[in-house]
Design a protein around this ligand. Structure first.
Ligand SMILES: [Zn+2]
Length: 307
């Protein structure tokens, strides 16, 4: 696989509002994990008159840190990128505290695992981030719309489905920056887990960000990406390479996902193979849709054959 120029973050100062650009501060929540890296980064844009992006998980110390960071500030908008439990749950609390509207593409789409393609999900096995199904924004924004404005800042919605079907990035016009949520992260590739995760949509959304002229990308987790073009090219290349590898193993005669994962992720720890299987499934769904692969049977018994 081609190398992605991942960027890492120094030891975070949990709970502190750190100035990361002239108009942006970030407070990192102490919820590190394999999906959140060092933790959720909640952004505060503006001075005096502010927007908050992804208030984060329900953690008392994060709530207190935000309270301290927002003291004396007027919160104008609470923007949410998507409804995973490390991003949106504190939005309701912050709205109650400040009266500011919550703004997002919409609530998490109701998408139960589809038994036609999928009986892999077992109770108690966490294959992906958990979902905040309670979140329903006060204001729904569409692609390209101004999501919020304040003194010295304009936030514009950039619809980027793929990681989830309701994923929204927010462009900060004045700093030519894009808040990318989990769509593009500096430290890792993002999870694309069907049915709500969609590889075709994800790849299209990557291309959409590539066509923009952002100077910096600010993910919810990890360091900013300050050379977006080469980084995004490597990201896209990685996905396309994986897709062609999946197609190659199908053509070689590996018909079930477990076998494919063994071939494709031989260098990855076995504990991660189930999660890898979700990613392979997302590529297979796209390949079936492209007419390159046929699927016979359902769920665990599904067999994928080349066309
Ligand atoms: Zn997420």
């Amino acid at each position: 696989m081609s190398a992605i120029p991942f960027v890492t973050l120094d030891e975070p100062r949990y709970g502190a509002a750190v100035q990361v650009s002239p108009l942006v501060r970030r407070v990192i929540a102490n919820n590190p994990s394999k999906y959140t890296y060092l933790g959720t980064g909640t952004y505060i844009v503006g001075h005096g008159d502010v927007a908050v992006i992804d208030p984060g998980p329900v953690l008392d110390e994060h709530r207190e840190a935000l309270t301290a960071a927002l003291e004396g500030q007027r919160v104008r908008a609470i923007l949410v990128t998507h409804c995973h439990s490390d991003h949106s749950p504190l939005a309701a609390w912050l709205r109650d505290e400040t009266g500011a509207p919550t703004i997002a593409f919409g609530p998490h789409a109701v998408s139960e695992p589809d038994p036609e393609i999928d009986d892999e999900i077992e109770p108690g096995v966490t294959l992906e981030e958990t979902t905040d199904t309670d979140f329903d924004p006060d204001v729904r924004v569409g692609d390209g719309e101004v999501a919020a404005m304040g003194a010295g800042w304009t936030m514009r919605a950039v619809y980027t489905p793929g990681h989830t079907s309701n994923h929204m990035c927010y462009a900060f016009d004045e700093e030519q920056a894009l808040f990318t949520g989990d769509h593009v992260m500096g430290w890792s590739t993002t999870v694309v887990s069907p049915p709500d995760g969609d590889m075709r949509a994800y790849i299209d959304s990557l291309r959409k960000v590539m066509e923009r002229d952002d100077v910096s990308l600010w993910p919810t987790h990890g360091a900013p990406v300050t050379s977006p073009k080469p980084f995004l090219e490597a990201f896209l290349e990685h996905r396309l390479e994986r897709e062609s590898q999946v197609l190659a193993v199908v053509r070689f005669g590996h018909a079930d996902i477990e076998e494919m994962v063994k071939q494709l992720y031989a260098d990855v720890r076995v504990e991660l193979h189930k999660a890898a299987g979700r990613s392979v499934l997302s590529h297979l769904i796209k390949l079936v849709d492209d007419g390159l692969v046929t699927v016979e049977g359902k769920g665990k018994a599904a067999r994928y054959l080349p066309n």
